[in-house]
Design a protein around this ligand. Structure first.
Ligand SMILES: C[S@@+](CC[C@H](N)C(=O)[O-])C[C@H]1O[C@@H](n2cnc3c(N)ncnc32)[C@H](O)[C@@H]1O
Length: 306
């Protein structure tokens, strides 16, 4: 674990927010959250100090300015400083508020009181350094898709082993575990989650405990599709995968190994301009595209096997 972190602060027009999230994710920044400041947004994000030199931050800042100018927006104001580990945890938490998603979900930061009189399913979340607060459009699109896919499942089986039928989910790139845990809350019988980042595995385990999800209900491991394939006893009913387009494209050929004729899939983290390449790859490998949902410049592709 790093002892000191870069704290990046970007003041931008709202239309630039998504492309900033995308750049930060591509460069390994964590805990990204944004807050409205008048007509603008303030995006904050964190990176262990040893992972970047000041020159790298200059380069990132330059790219963000170029993005803004190419979109006809004013250049963002980018600042950074080094902060201690203790300050890091409390710093970004100030910017993250409860959020309603779809028709049935409410994501509540674990350190805030529960809302009174909410009839929504409440997910308590402390993503730590992992991606997945529910604040990003790509996560929201997956959550809304899961709500649709699992709408016929009896719920909620959190903390209880579901006896017989009920769907089994694979979550590739689980981050904070948000999609797997919500799947269980929406009535899935079991979820298998993997992530190449060991901090994501840790965060998923912690969020399972926060929400009373048992290790039998959510199996999490460090790695990617090959690890998941070995963990599974049989093909899954649903696959969720919120990673970037080029990673999804590389995973698709091997997804058949964990799918059966009725399996559905939710693929997100895809910029709209990259959606055709992902759709072409999915179709080439036997998936039928049911819907493409778009939010800002991101899209989420819902597919089925037959
Ligand atoms: C955009 S985050 C999604 C987190 C969470 N599932 C959500 O929807 O908010 C993508 C995650 O995928 C992980 N990841 C990136 N490449 C991967 C790969 N090839 N296999 C598995 N996980 C990967 C990253 O470490 C990161 O935690």
């Amino acid at each position: 674990m790093a002892n000191t972190w870069w704290e990046l602060q970007i003041l931008c027009e709202s239309d630039l927010e998504d492309s900033i999230f995308w750049r930060l994710e591509n460069s390994g920044w964590r805990g990204t959250a944004s807050q409205r400041k008048g007509n603008n947004f303030c995006v904050k994000s964190y990176l262990p100090q040893f992972q970047a030199l000041p020159q790298d931050l200059d380069d990132l800042s330059h790219l963000l300015r170029q993005d803004a100018l190419s979109m006809g927006l004013s250049a963002p104001v980018v600042q950074w400083e080094v902060i201690d580990e203790e300050d890091w945890a409390s710093s970004w938490k100030q910017h993250w508020q409860p959020q309603e998603i779809g028709d049935r979900l409410l994501i509540n930061p674990a350190w805030l009181p529960l809302p009174e009189n909410s009839d929504r399913l409440i997910l308590l979340l402390d993503p730590g350094v992992a991606f997945g607060t529910g604040a990003h459009a790509t996560t929201q699109l997956c959550l809304e898709s899961l709500e649709m896919r699992l709408s016929n499942e009896p719920q909620s089986f959190v903390g209880k082993e579901k006896e017989s039928d009920g769907v089994v989910i694979a979550d590739i790139g689980c981050g904070s575990g948000i999609l797997s845990i919500v799947s269980i809350m929406l009535g899935a019988k079991k979820a298998y989650a993997v992530d190449v980042d060991p901090l994501a595995v840790k965060s998923t385990l912690e969020n399972c405990k926060l929400n009373g999800v048992s290790p039998e209900q959510l199996v999490v491991a460090e790695g990617s599709l090959e690890v998941l394939t070995k963990l599974l006893e049989q093909p899954v009913d649903g696959i969720v995968c919120n990673i970037l387009a080029h990673v999804i494209i590389s995973l698709v050929p091997d997804l058949s190994a964990i799918a059966k004729h009725s399996t559905w899939g939710i693929f997100s983290g895809i910029l709209f301009e990259q959606s055709k390449a992902v759709i072409d790859t999915l179709e080439k490998h036997g998936w039928i595209v049911a819907t493409v949902w778009r939010r800002n410049e991101w899209c989420c592709i819902n597919v089925r096997r037959s």
